[in-house]
Design a binder for this molecule. Structure first.
Ligand code: ZN
Length: 201
């Protein structure tokens, strides 16, 4: 155990910062020092922003997005095609698709994928809420945009099964060969998915 160079307050700050994704103990130390040195410009506004986030930001009860309003900004945006719902694993995926301007649609965040190994079952995800949304009407198309992993694909199939008999078109991302991609350089998973989702020429 390294000898402490500062009081418990700064150690606590460092320990908390080190829990953030992408920050190890070393960068947490640097971040803490940076914050303390810039008390007025950074530490004070950051503290206020965090308190505001704690008090105001929550999960949208319709789609599972994170926002300060419920229903969220996306669910209440009439400029979007609310009849098309993109199903994603995580809020981070929603944000990535939004950054990519992939589709001007609504979303449904599952909160993960089915994983018997890790003990994640259907009741741990928002699949029931998704079926309820479809049953309530108004959803014409579901775009299953889960990751191209075994768990992701298992989850997609499970959702398909649960949707049986419901009037909704279901599509999925094409896990295809990237434009200009040479087959030799692709990983097996991508190649196999590209082969499975082959279309008529
Ligand atoms: Zn929402």
């Amino acid at each position: 155990m390294a000898k402490s160079v500062a009081g418990p307050e700064i150690e606590k700050l460092i320990q908390l910062l080190a829990k953030l994704p992408g920050l190890g103990p070393r960068s947490a130390r640097r971040a803490a020092l940076h914050l303390v040195k810039r008390r007025e410009q950074l530490l004070a506004p950051l503290t206020a922003a965090m308190a505001e986030a704690r008090d105001k930001i929550g999960v949208c009860s319709t789609c599972g997005n994170i926002d300060s309003r419920d229903p969220c900004t996306i669910c209440t945006d009439h400029g979007r095609d609310q009849s098309t719902v993109v199903v994603v694993e995580d809020v981070a995926d929603l944000w990535a698709l939004e950054r990519a301007k992939a589709l001007n649609a609504a979303y449904h965040v599952l909160g993960g994928v089915l994983s018997p190994l890790e003990g994640v079952g259907p009741e741990d995800l928002t699949i029931r809420q998704l079926i309820d949304r479809v049953e309530a009407g108004g959803v014409k198309e579901l775009v299953i945009a889960v990751n191209a992993t075994v768990e992701g694909q298992t989850t997609a199939h499970y959702i398909m099964d649960r949707l049986e008999g419901l009037e909704v078109k279901v599509t999925r991302l094409a896990h295809g060969v990237p434009v200009g991609g040479e087959l030799d350089y692709l990983d097996e998973g991508t190649l196999a998915a590209a082969m499975r989702s082959r279309t008529a020429l």
